[in-house]
Structures are given as C-alpha cells and as structure tokens.
Design a protein around this ligand. Structure first.
Ligand SMILES: NC(=O)c1ccc[n+]([C@@H]2O[C@H](COP(=O)([O-])OP(=O)(O)OC[C@H]3O[C@@H](n4cnc5c(N)ncnc54)[C@H](O)[C@@H]3O)[C@@H](O)[C@H]2O)c1
Length: 468
C-alpha cells in the first residue's frame, strides 16, 4: 500500500503539547497546512493575538509562531472544519487523572479523547489517519478504533497511530527541533504500516530517520507511561537519598555527582529538589499503577505508587523543615515564596510544589508573599483556592500577597523559600534582600539554586535540600 502524502494536518487541542508540537511541524514543513483547533475560545484568541501574547510561555515559541502563523499555521475554534479538511489528525487533548467514579484518583480521564474521537467519526467524510498524541493508557487506540468504526460514514477508513510526545516544558522548542527520538506506534497490518510511513515522512522533514522509531501500537502507548515513570523514579530516588544526606552530613550534590559518573547511571535528572510537579509525572505514574492493578499485578502497582508517595513525603518534609528551623513556629511570620511554576521557563503550575508549600504555610497561619516571573495572578488564586477548598477566598487573600518582583516579596519577610529554579533568583541582589528582611533572615533553597556560602557570608541562615 502506497502511503498517503500528508498535505493537511489538523490538531485537536491547542494546549502545551498540541500548540508547540504542531507549530513546529508547520515551521519545518511549509508544504503542509496545519490547523490547530480548540474549543477554548480564549486560548485560540491568544494564539491568534496580533501582539503574539500566546497562551503559554515557552522559550523560542513566539519566534516559531511569528514565522509560520498565517503562512501554513492556523488556529481556530472551528473543530469540524479542521477535521473535514485534514488527511491526518492529531488528538492532543488533556487526559487528567479521574476525579470521580471507577479508578478515581488513579485512572486517566479519557472523556476528552473519546469526545474528540466521536467528533472525528461524526464529521469526517473521507478517510483519515488519526494520531493519538495525548498520553493514554495502553490499548486506548483500540477503543478509539471501535468508536470510529461504529460511527463512520461509508467509504471512510480510519488508521490509528500512537505518537506520544516526549517534549519537556521549558525546553519544548529545542526538544521538538532535535528530539532524542520520535516514536510512532501502529498496527503491523499493511494499512497500519502505510499510515506509519505517512507520519514518518512528515517528521523526516527535519528529524533524522534513525531517530524515528516505528513500533507496535501497544508498545508505543506503554513507552510514554514508562518513560515518565522512570524519569519521576529517578527524582524520587535522589530525593530519598537527600533525606539520608540531611541526617548524616553527606552532601546530595556530591553524591549525585559521584554516582552520575557511572556511565550506566549518567548525570542527568539527578538533582534533588522539593519534589517534582507538572501535569504529567504524577498523572502518568498513577495511570501505570491503575493499569497494573487492573492487570492483577499488585506488587508492580505498589512499586510505582511509592514513587509518588516519596514525592509527597519530600514536599511535607521540606515544609516541616521550614517550621522546625524557624523555632518550631511560623505563625504570624511572613514567608517569601520565590517561584510558583512547577519548573523554570514555563508558566505552567499544574501539580507545582509551590502550591503544596504555600498551603502548608497557610495552615501554620503564616503570611506568604509570592512572586513568579511568568505565572499570571488569576492562576495563583485559582490554584490556591483548589488546594484549600475549605478555606474561604477572603481568608486566602488575607494570608497571601502576590508580588511584582522578588525584592518586593522578600521585603519585611522572615524567610525566603525558593520553590522554582528561575535563573533570575540567582541574580538577585541578596545583600539588598538581606537588608530589607527581618532578622534572623532565613533562606530555604528547595532547588539547590543559590550559592549557600555566599549567602551565609552576607548573614543569612541558609537551609538547603540534601545538606545537614
Ligand atoms: N504538558 C506536557 O508537558 C506534556 C508532555 C507530553 C505529553 N503530554 C500529554 O499531552 C496531552 C495534552 O496535554 P497538554 O498539557 O497540552 O493539555 P492542555 O490541557 O494544555 O491542552 C489540552 C487542550 O485540549 C482542548 N480540548 C479538550 N477537548 C477538546 C475537544 N473535544 N475538542 C477540541 N479541543 C479540546 C482543551 O480545551 C485544551 O486547550 C495530555 O494527554 C498530556 O498528558 C503533555
């Protein structure tokens, strides 16, 4: 079967994945028309904004959109038109953890994937290649196929591919320009192999062919969950070791450096911190836990669950260390929290450690000043309200103040907590900060960011993860 030559792509979902991924496809493939559709009017308007005030912050993204938008890249809320015109459709909608019903707290909520799939079946009048871009549990493609086949019009044939996205927020554009690998899963039938060849040709416009891996559908789906589980496991492992360091006098940086020299281990992703966040790690591991339990593999489920439990423990441990160090009470004290995004170079706050820390400080009746260079104010209020559903909004607003700069946040505070590793926190004038704070002035570095010795010389009491 000769592969279809893709000339029109539609991406359903203009979020952190659909937006950057398909913008880069448009940039690298000027001969392909790429339309990114979303039901969220405000998001689409932001993607289309004349002054390029895009809905997500990602270094390099604006340049990509500036070059391709209006040429062969379009953003729209007209989902049906996008579906009708495309030869290939990416489904890149959100798959959050289920909040209620069977599997609540663990399983992925596949409602958005199902609705998008049903829409494709209902609207399409010609054959399409449908690509799962969202992270989904193993064998979701089978459900998509059943829905598509049961609802399609005569002469419409759908091939389903799995093409999970491995970009990391904060480095999405460089990751997409030079991916470690592109994974495409397909059924090993002539149609499946042909559809896989069509998508491979799209990526081959800029990705070397030996980096495009073709595997079976189920392996592809599972590989995405497995990759995130292994990455998160590394963080929980180093964080578990950081607790031992604090208790013994070892230094986690030195330990990480030493073990990272082993080529079997490698140096990346060995940085201790206040805990991982982001929309994916926890969700995908819980998904794997649910999958393992459904497959009657309780030991496997328990093994992966521990990675998430360790992460929760690390956040709790850090909050407790703040309280313990500040003479066992932070009631009425002012704490400056620097950073609210789950990591640097993104405005994304999903599962951010800062949210848990601020909630803990609030429940200890402290006052909190927050500053983040990218996160918008409404997002901070929404996240804090969700984290403390029983606390009235006025109470939260009495205890928390959102500041316009790190300097403003630190003024008159008793302690500074570094929750996100924004580079600018390293460039703060710490002498000036020290002068403006109440004494003793504490710095709690949850990201191993600042030069502790330098700060101690200024007069700060510095507490760093993984050091006694
Ligand atoms: N964020 C990441 O770093 C990352 C990395 C790799 C994979 N993923 C996976 O990619 C998927 C998308 O993640 P995200 O961070 O982009 O989510 P997101 O919430 O930022 O974006 C999803 C978008 O889909 C839209 N949407 C939902 N249902 C729709 C429908 N029926 N029609 C049109 N639009 C619809 C929503 O309005 C939203 O804008 C998830 O499965 C996630 O696990 C995310």
């Amino acid at each position: 079967m000769a592969p279809v030559k893709v000339t029109k792509i539609c991406c359903i979902g203009a979020g952190y994945v659909g937006g950057p991924t398909c913008a880069v496809i448009a940039l690298k493939c000027p001969h392909i028309t790429v339309t990114i559709v979303d039901l969220n009017q405000a998001r689409v308007d932001a993607w289309n904004s004349p002054d390029f005030k895009l809905p997500i912050y990602e270094p390099g993204l604006e340049e990509v959109v500036r070059e391709a938008r209006g040429r062969n890249l379009f953003f729209s809320t007209d989902v049906d038109k996008g579906i009708l015109e495309a030869d290939l459709i990416f489904v890149s909608v959100n798959t959050p953890t289920k909040k209620s019903g069977v599997g609540a707290g663990f399983a992925a909520d596949l409602n958005y994937v199902e609705l998008a799939t049903r829409r494709i079946a209902q609207v399409a009048t010609s054959s399409k290649i449908v690509v799962e871009k969202s992270t989904v549990p193993c064998r979701t493609a089978e459900s998509m196929r059943t829905i598509l086949e049961a609802n399609s019009k005569p002469n419409c044939h759908f091939d389903i591919l799995s093409n999970p996205e491995f970009l990391a927020e904060g480095t999405a554009i460089t990751d997409l320009f030079a991916p470690d690998r592109v994974l495409i899963g397909s059924l090993q039938t002539p149609e499946g192999i042909s559809a896989c060849a069509s998508l491979t040709e799209v990526y081959a416009n800029w990705v070397p062919k030996d980096r495009i891996l073709n595997v079976g559908l189920w392996s592809s789906e599972l590989s995405k969950l497995a990759a995130n589980a292994m990455l998160a496991q590394r963080i929980s492992s180093i964080n578990a070791l950081s607790a031992i360091c604090e208790a013994t006098g070892a230094n986690i940086d030195e330990v990480a450096h030493a073990i990272g020299y082993d080529t079997r281990i490698g140096p990346k992703f060995l940085k201790a911190s206040v805990g991982f966040g982001g929309s994916c790690f926890q969700k995908d591991i819980l998904n794997l836990v649910y999958l393992s339990e459904s497959l009657h593999l309780p030991e496997v489920a328990a093994y992966w669950r521990q990675v998430v439990e360790m992460n929760e423990h690390q956040k709790r441990r850090f909050s407790k260390r703040v309280v313990d160090t500040m003479f066992n009470t932070i009631t009425g004290k002012r704490i400056a929290v620097l950073g609210f995004a789950f990591k640097a170079d993104t405005g994304d706050t999903r599962e951010s450690a800062a949210i848990t820390l601020i909630r803990d400080f609030q429940s200890e009746k402290a006052y909190v000043n927050v500053y983040d260079p990218q996160v918008v104010e409404e997002q901070i209020w929404t996240d804090l309200a969700e984290a403390s559903p029983l606390v009235p909004e006025e109470q939260i607003k009495k205890q928390v103040r959102i500041c316009k700069s790190a300097m403003e946040a630190c003024k008159d505070a008793e302690a500074v907590v570094i929750a996100t590793e924004w580079k600018e926190f390293n460039e703060i004038n710490w002498e000036e900060v020290y002068q403006s704070m109440n004494k003793p002035a504490f710095v709690f570095d949850g990201r191993l960011l600042v030069d502790a010795e330098k700060l101690r010389n200024i007069g700060f009491k510095v507490v760093t993860i993984g050091r006694p």
